[in-house]
Design a binder for this molecule. Structure first.
Ligand code: FAD
Length: 294
């Protein structure tokens, strides 16, 4: 790897971080854990002259859980902190599964959940979980505070809807309603360090109107995808039978648009979307009708 030349700024509060980003404009990039940004710099995919390191900004730390509102994940909360958080374990199964399928224990100690989502790489493991929980991104920038619904946050590969100078402060994943169960299944190639070839998050909720399902996919389209038609097919069914699972799986495959790349071919990805949909829905339906609430 070649030497990298850049200036490092370490703001001590959020206002200084925004000021720093504003002062350097397009010459600057934010660094949270740095596990993406440093790799991209070495590959010359990005060439910032200034890195604004967020690790000393106290407003960005922490994870808090409010039983009615949900879990709020600070921008500097690591994948490991979220993956081992007790309330996340109890109420956000797909989030925890996604954290534990991310990289390896060393990288999980540096990499942040919010950085994963901001990076907007289509195979990002946290993206399907943020989709099914319908996360809200809390943003601060030169124009003050605003919230961005996760459905509007990722606009394309490595593109998000932050305006110049804006920083994600935290993200809230609202509490699923009623009894719920969720999982994330990642298909990688060989080992833990592999990026997903296909990732599927499923959230099943048992409310007053019966069972409701949410399904989201990673690595199979340029933007995050919810399989709305598959969700409709499954709605109301506590224990979907094989025929219903098949219909939902086919509808899910019709909702995605995978490419062929070095990790997998399009046809293979489509058949895996079907297979993982059947598996994820079955797991959640079983947990929902059983005792476990995850
Ligand atoms: C060996 C290795 C294995 C990996 N394995 C996986 C894996 O299994 N699954 C996976 O999904 N990823 C994997 N990654 C990629 C990377 O680790 C993750 O995407 C990670 O979660 C990114 O978080 P970070 O804090 O390191 O982000 P950074 O690299 O610090 O930032 C990523 C991007 O987000 C922006 N950003 C960060 N924080 C904010 C913020 N608060 N507001 C606005 N923009 C922000 C940065 O400017 C940058 O563009 C791997 C990387 C390596 C090096």
């Amino acid at each position: 790897m070649s030497m990298l030349a850049f200036e490092l700024e370490r703001p001590r509060d959020l206002a200084s971080a925004v000021e720093s980003l504003g002062r350097h404009g397009s010459r600057a990039m934010l660094k949270a854990g740095g596990t993406d940004v440093i790799v991209w710099m070495h590959k010359h995919a990005v060439q910032p002259e200034v890195l604004v390191d967020l690790s000393e900004v106290p407003e960005l730390g922490g994870i808090s859980f409010y039983p009615h509102r949900g879990i709020k994940i600070g921008a500097m909360a690591t994948v490991n902190q979220v993956g081992t958080h007790e309330d996340a374990r109890v109420h956000y199964g797909a989030l925890v599964d996604a954290c534990l399928s991310h990289s390896d224990p060393l990288i999980r100690n540096k990499a942040t959940v919010v950085g994963n989502v901001c990076a907007a790489v289509p195979s990002g493991d946290l993206i399907p979980a943020f989709s099914v929980y319908e996360a809200v991104m809390h943003v601060y920038g030169p124009g003050g505070e605003r919230d961005i619904a996760f459905a509007d946050f990722i606009t394309g590969p490595r593109k998000n809807s932050l305006a110049p100078g804006e920083i994600v402060v935290s993200a809230t994943l609202p509490m699923p309603s009623g009894r719920s169960a969720a999982c994330y299944i990642k298909l990688g190639r060989r080992n833990a360090l592999d990026l997903a070839q296909v990732g599927v998050a499923c959230l099943a909720m048992q409310g007053s109107k019966g069972a409701e399902y949410r399904l989201a996919y990673g690595a199979v389209s340029p933007r995050p995808v919810r399989a709305a038609e598959a969700e409709d097919i499954l709605a109301g069914s506590e224990s979907p039978d094989e025929a219903l699972l098949d219909r939902a799986a086919k509808a899910a495959a019709a909702a995605v648009n995978p490419i062929t790349d070095v990790r997998a071919g399009r046809e293979y990805r489509l058949s895996m979307v079907e297979e993982l949909t059947r598996r994820a829905v079955s797991i959640c339906a079983e947990r929902l009708t059983g005792r476990e609430s995850r």
